[in-house]
Design a protein around this ligand. Structure first.
Ligand code: DGL
Length: 277
């Protein structure tokens, strides 16, 4: 689900080559980029992955907030994006408010799609897969109270799925046992047998939707926020001119050879390796 602030640039204030900056700890944000490509194929994009900080989900709130604020500050100065998309539930549920206070650029965040899940479930039992950091956030409690107070929401933090999604995009085999463990963890909670809707509350997890669907079995639907985020970005940039003067690039904080392992996947998303930031 998207979360937005109100800073909207009018068309005449925008450099047509100004990119949309899509940020995540790793390759998860590519799931948001894919949806963005569908609605704004002409938009120049810089994809930034904090691979030196990956995974965020096992870090403390203070560590995540400091990293995200620091990196986004640096990148907005360097690339002057027209909009920043924090394509990471962990970073958004922890640091969105704080980052919006310090950066003067429209920021769209990614928060768990509990609202659409609550509208979809027929059994009234929703599973939520996120990182360990995301599932403990007050932000998620508030979404639950606001949109799913009359439902049962079962949460599970699944760091193994982040690793599995990263491996998949490096062209490596996904460990089916890791996927089964995540499904089993939700199924074995009280009421877990009734889950008919699963919120993929980490942008890495839609990369594993097929594997997860197999592990959960028939009758379970998956929901995430990518399309909603893309629509929100289109709305906030409505009427702005776009010119792509150079190929879209992916930048990493981690070592260059790490980035090279993702080259084929990046090409699938229309990105060239752009080095370190
Ligand atoms: N893709 C990130 C999210 O949406 C988290 C992955 C990580 O643990 O760094 O939460």
């Amino acid at each position: 689900m998207p979360s937005e602030n109100s800073a909207v640039l009018t068309a005449h204030q925008v450099d047509p080559a100004a990119p949309i900056l899509v940020f995540d700890s790793g390759v998860g944000g590519l799931t948001v980029l894919a949806a963005l490509r569908d609605v704004l194929p002409q938009a120049p994009v810089i994809y930034a992955a904090d691979t030196a900080g990956l995974p965020y989900g096992t870090k403390t709130e203070a560590q995540i907030a400091a990293r995200v604020a620091g990196l986004l500050g640096r990148m907005t100065e360097r690339f002057a994006p027209r909009l920043v998309c924090i394509a990471c539930n962990t970073a958004s549920t922890i640091a969105l408010g704080m980052v919006r206070e310090v950066l003067e650029v429209p920021i769209v965040g990614t928060v768990p799609a509990i609202k659409p899940a609550a509208a979809m479930t027929r059994t009234g039992t929703i599973g939520l897969l996120g990182t360990q950091a995301t599932i403990r956030q007050a932000y998620v409690d508030r979404l639950e109270q606001e949109f799913a107070a009359d439902k049962r929401l079962l949460r599970h933090g699944a760091p193994e799925l982040v690793e599995a999604a990263e491996a998949k995009l490096r062209g490596e085999a996904v460990d089916p046992a890791a996927i089964r463990r995540a499904a089993q963890a939700l199924r074995s909670m009280p009421g877990g047998a009734d889950i008919d809707t699963v919120v993929l509350a980490c942008t890495h997890f839609p990369l594993l939707e097929e594997e997860l669907a197999e592990a959960f079995g028939p009758g379970v639907s998956f929901v995430h926020g990518a399309q909603g985020i893309a629509r929100q970005i289109a709305r906030l940039t409505d009427g702005q001119p776009y010119t792509r003067r150079a190929p879209d690039r992916a930048l990493f904080t981690g070592p260059a050879d790490q980035a090279t392992a993702y080259a084929a996947a990046l090409a699938d998303y229309g990105l060239e390796e752009g080095g370190r930031f």
